[in-house]
Design a binder for this molecule. Structure first.
Ligand code: IPM
Ligand code: MN
Length: 354
């Protein structure tokens, strides 16, 4: 009997369903070719479902998702729903509930893709950001005093636990070792101002580093990281950072690798259920036009197979993505690809078949 994986699919809002459909096509193709099977179950979570039923994310849905081997998500965010409701209620809720404490975001410039960085090419832009994914400013700690009055106070605290910081840092060291490239791990923080939170990060980083003598370590403040990512991206191999800084620098990363159209991400619980999603949002203005780039979703499917241990199938997907980017696609940006969403998916399917 071949191995079967149960994949929970949350296409979500906007262009999410369009890109996820292409990812599923590619996944089915590699599953066939590499001798495993995938059982997809769709969950209609998102803005339309919320407006129609009132459900954001019910306990029943969470229980059903728990029975799966991975979650494949398109995009969450709806123009007619107040910002934050769906993002917090679905996306962050899933990350927190399943304790997906690592947000893994590769920043890799493929051949044939334009970067806005002058004089930089694929040999210069190839690193991975390990973003802490369950704590920091995202923990939701804080509140208001005298809201709406002239004396209003708003407090939003960054929660950093030794356990949470250490497991993320340890994952980054392990990942850096397994990746086996420059074997350099950079801690991205702000030790000159955030003298409590990043003191904990730095101490933990230095302690864990002792267990990894084969990994070179480095530190940079987050503002300097933004500068170096533009000026000298070749300095980076793996970067580890907190939730908020990771959110910000990975949007910058997505731009230098060619755009949201190819920026993939994984929310990983190494001991539990992980979730895979493109970094980009629901892109309402492109919805239903068939012009959005599905490669970010397809590369997220690649990360899913890597995490499930189907390395060969994952590499086949990457090879297909590489070929499409090198030989076919004009530009990464939606509407300027020279192909429709579906045509790009079909090309990747064709390439992974052969
Ligand atoms: C991301 C997104 C989310 C985040 C939003 C939609 C809550 O920007 O995945 O990076 O801030 O983590
Ligand atoms: Mn973000």
């Amino acid at each position: 009997m071949s191995k079967e994986y149960k994949i929970a699919v949350v296409p979500g809002d906007g262009t999410g369903p369009e890109v996820v459909a292409e990812g599923i096509k590619v996944l089915e193709t590699v599953a066939d070719k590499y001798g495993f099977s995938l059982k997809f179950t769709h969950y209609p979570l998102g803005g339309d479902h919320y407006r129609a039923t009132g459900e954001i994310l019910s306990d029943e849905t969470v229980a059903a998702l728990t029975a799966s081997d991975a979650i494949y998500l398109g995009a969450i965010g709806h123009p007619d729903v107040k910002p934050g409701i769906l993002e917090k209620g679905i996306l962050l809720n899933l990350r927190f509930h399943f304790d997906q404490y690592v947000n893994l975001r590769p920043v890799k410039l493929y051949e044939g893709v334009d970067t806005p960085l002058k004089d930089k090419g694929p040999e210069d832009i190839d690193f991975v950001v390990v973003r802490e994914n369950t704590e920091g400013l995202y923990a939701g700690a804080g509140g208001f005093l005298k809201r709406g009055t002239p004396d209003e106070v708003a407090v939003q605290e960054s929660i950093n636990t030794r356990k949470g910081v250490e497991r993320c840092i340890r994952y980054a060291f392990e990942y850096c070792r397994k990746r086996d490239k420059a074997k350099k791990l950079t801690l991205c923080g702000k030790t000159n101002v955030l003298t409590f939170a990043f003191d904990l990060w730095e101490r933990t980083f230095n302690e864990v580093a002792k267990e990894y003598p084969d990994i070179e370590t480095d530190y940079a403040h987050v503002d300097a990281i933004c500068m170096w990512m533009v000026k000298n991206p070749e300095w980076f191999d793996v970067i580890v950072t907190d939730n908020m800084f990771g959110d910000i620098i990975t949007d910058l990363g997505a731009m230098i690798q060619g755009g949201m159209g190819i920026a993939a991400g994984a929310n990983i619980n190494p001991e539990g259920l992980s979730m895979f999603e493109p970094i980009g949002g629901s892109a309402p203005k492109y919805t239903g036009k068939g012009i959005i780039n599905p490669l970010a979703a397809i590369s997220s499917a690649q990360l899913m197979l890597e995490t499930l241990g189907e390395e060969k199938a994952a590499s086949a997907i990457e090879a297909g993505v590489i070929k499409v980017l090198r030989d076919d696609i004009k530009e990464v940006a939606a509407g300027r690809m020279g192909f429709t969403t579906k045509e790009i998916g079909d090309l990747v399917v064709e390439y992974v078949q052969n």
